[in-house]
Design a protein around this ligand. Structure first.
Ligand SMILES: NC(=O)c1ccc[n+]([C@@H]2O[C@H](COP(=O)([O-])OP(=O)(O)OC[C@H]3O[C@@H](n4cnc5c(N)ncnc54)[C@H](OP(=O)(O)O)[C@@H]3O)[C@@H](O)[C@H]2O)c1
Length: 312
């Protein structure tokens, strides 16, 4: 597994990371023993970058990730995020940020958080105030690098003026392309990029099902790609991408991850899986080289990404 450098402050991680959201929320029932095995398999295969957030089970996801990584803490980079209320509204009030970050340190059972993200912009708190609090943690040695997530250009520029931002984490995949206009801004400011939901929440995993087949706790029931009017067109895109992957002896998820790695040097995808075997399949994407012809074919199959909204 190669490494990639995100930003200009020294943050260096494996070129494929691991997203742990599904170990706590979003994709239906979980099994902690299997999740821990999946996390440790990722590390065994060379992954050093692990992503979580306070809101993934309101601390439970952080505790599970911290437990799984405890024996190898010094070999990995752990990222977490703050910025929501438990009713999923933005909250980056400075007292709330301090409270959440202190809890995250305890939940993860670490002396320092490697990457601390604001999870989502909060229109009621100036970003300068938010980054000011984040920077206090850097100065205290309790956070190493700062990141933003789901942020727009104005937020990125204003935040970076207060304290260097090493990384932006936004949704990006063959299906979700709306973040691409931010790339010149990231290049100008020297900020790295983490691609979340790189398998389009599983649509690009080869295991997609109609929305009616997901359980009540599976948020994909509400995403536009799964809407009845879009689903068949998206399945057709997936069918053509899968056929292309097969010509290369690869799976659809490997094609989707290799496509991301080919977009930019300072980009790291963080696919999520609660299953060790599927983690291994995803990690093998690092060995898949896509040619210019492959990339052109993908652009032809999905010129504008998936059909319908990526949002719920
Ligand atoms: N900053 C943000 O606002 C934000 C938002 C969403 C996500 N994230 C981060 O990004 C990470 C990844 O995003 P995500 O989990 O939403 O979506 P994703 O990685 O695009 O897809 C995850 C889904 O694909 C399935 N899957 C993964 N690999 C597979 C394979 N090889 N074969 C078949 N199915 C496979 C997983 O199921 P199984 O678990 O059953 O394998 C899960 O249902 C999250 O864990 C989180 O850390 C951040």
């Amino acid at each position: 597994m190669q490494t990639r450098t995100l930003g200009t402050q020294g943050l260096t991680v494996s070129e494929l990371g691991y997203g742990s959201m599904g170990t706590a929320v979003g994709y239906g029932p979980t099994d902690d023993t299997e999740s821990v095995a999946a996390i440790r398999r990722a590390h065994d295969l060379g992954v050093t970058f692990f992503d979580t957030a306070e809101m993934y089970g309101w601390g439970e996801g952080e505790k599970l990730l911290g437990h799984a990584l405890a024996p190898i803490r010094d070999e990995v980079v752990i990222a977490t995020k703050f910025g929501f209320t438990q009713t999923f509204q933005p909250n980056s009030e400075v007292d709330h940020v301090r409270n959440v970050v202190d809890n995250s340190l305890r939940n993860l059972n670490v002396d320092a958080i490697d990457v601390l993200y604001q999870h989502t912009p909060d229109p009621s708190v100036p970003i300068e105030d938010v980054v000011g609090v984040m920077a206090e943690y850097v100065q205290a040695g309790k956070v190493k690098y700062l990141g933003l997530s789901n942020a727009d250009e104005d937020t990125i520029r204003r935040a970076h003026a207060v304290h260097p931002i090493s990384v932006l984490q936004n949704e990006y995949s063959i299906f979700a392309r709306d973040t691409e206009p931010l790339f010149p801004v990231l290049d100008e400011l020297g900020i790295g990029f983490v691609a979340y939901s790189p398998l389009a929440r599983g649509f690009l995993s080869g295991a997609v099902k109609p929305r009616s087949e997901y359980g009540p706790n599976d948020f994909r029931q509400r995403i536009g790609w799964w809407a009845p009017e879009n689903f068949d067109a998206n399945v057709d895109i997936v069918r053509r991408l899968t056929a292309l992957a097969e010509t290369k002896g690869a799976s659809l998820s490997q094609l989707a991850l290799a496509w991301l790695l080919a977009q930019r040097d300072n980009l790291v995808p963080i696919p999520g899986s609660r299953n060790a075997g599927r983690v291994a399949q995803n990690v093998a994407a690092a060995d898949l080289q896509l040619t210019d012809d492959d990339l052109a074919l993908i652009a032809d199959i999905a010129p504008n990404g998936g059909i319908g909204s990526r949002a719920s």
